[in-house]
Ligand binder design. Sequence first.
Ligand code: LLP
Length: 422
Amino acid sequence: QRFGLRIVDDNLYMEDVDLRTIAAEVGTPVYVYGAAHIEQRYRGLVEALAARPTLICYAVKANSNQAVLRTLARLGAGADIVSGGELERALAAGIPGDKIVFSGVGKQPAEIDAALAAKVRSINLESAEELELVAERAAKLGVRAPVSLRINPDVDPDTHPYLATGLREAKFGIAMEQGLALALRAHEHPALELVGLACHIGSQIVDSAPFLDSLARMRELIDALAERGVKLRQLDLGGGLGIAYEGNDPVLEADRWGRALVDATADLDCELVLEPGRYLVGNAGVLLSRVVMRKQGETKKFVIVDAAMNDLLRPALYEAYHAIVPVELPAPDAALEPVDVVGPICECGDFLARERPIPWPARGELLAVLGAGAYGMAMASTYNTRPLASEVLVSGDRWAVVRPRRRVEELLGDERYPDWLS
Ligand code: LLP
């Protein structure tokens, strides 16, 4: 249930759709997303923060499928984007410019121009140089650019072990000490409109405390600006809300977290912006894969499946844990054996799970990799000339292919021979 799935007659369903049907009709590997889970998560956050004006700007990078974006757009979500490409995606899905915030350390002139033309809500500046560049582009286009300063609140990693997991991204944000001077510079610049401050402290956070810490740091700056007569329209606290990847993982309780945020910002006279990605879509998705082969190695057992690190990079890149379950549930007394679930790619790092106790599957058996809705397809590649997986969206008893599997011809299609080889 935590993973947006149901069990019907010992078979795994996404909402009211049998995953076996999808796999049989679309083939594997295939990503399957459940709209109900996304909606429930979105509404839960909105409710948790109902007591104060808040805009949820979905972090498009987590899962940028157009159908997922439109699902969120219809619910009223905005978007947090990090490239011109994501801007086009968000607009195409029906998210209006005034609900779009633009993050990222390396925005290029054409991307800034596109964001200004789309009248985005805020361009979140990450450096002094970027401030000048955005001002220059805005002046050239004869507009005032709405900007926020993305501050690196420098929340102490010692007290919050989540930061020690390698997600502290030091290249991001403006150092606290430079914040005031740059904010004043933005405020006074004729081509800029300082609308707010922003921060993002990391990802997969399951505790309210780090959010409150960063809020406290941001408040120092808000107060310092207020003393100088600078009033802000919004405070963007970024994303990072964590989810459960294992059945008994601690989870962020939206209610409690929301209440804590509402309390801590009660006296702040500005709108709150949040940029959750994983929280909204992570457990809305599974990756379906079939067992191609099994192999008894010298010391280990391997289950070789037709999904690989090119489809789901998280285990290889972060040693991330994703639960893997048979779509046809095994007998409750089935013996569990520690196996490595691996893909066909020629890399030792090509695994989906290691030493994982699961029932030894049959060839052709269908497995579901859970918690794959965020940073799954979004980080997929065509390594080993493996066409990208298909994507399916389920809503109740309806389902649709929202992105068909790529064909090998399409991969070859863009490539050409130079004249000396043709
Ligand atoms: N806002 C900003 C400025 C971000 O950099 C990110 C994520 C988010 C929002 C959304 O964070 P979320 O709510 O999804 O945690 N590929 C990694 C996660 C990288 C996150 C990068 N920034 C993974 O697979 O775990």
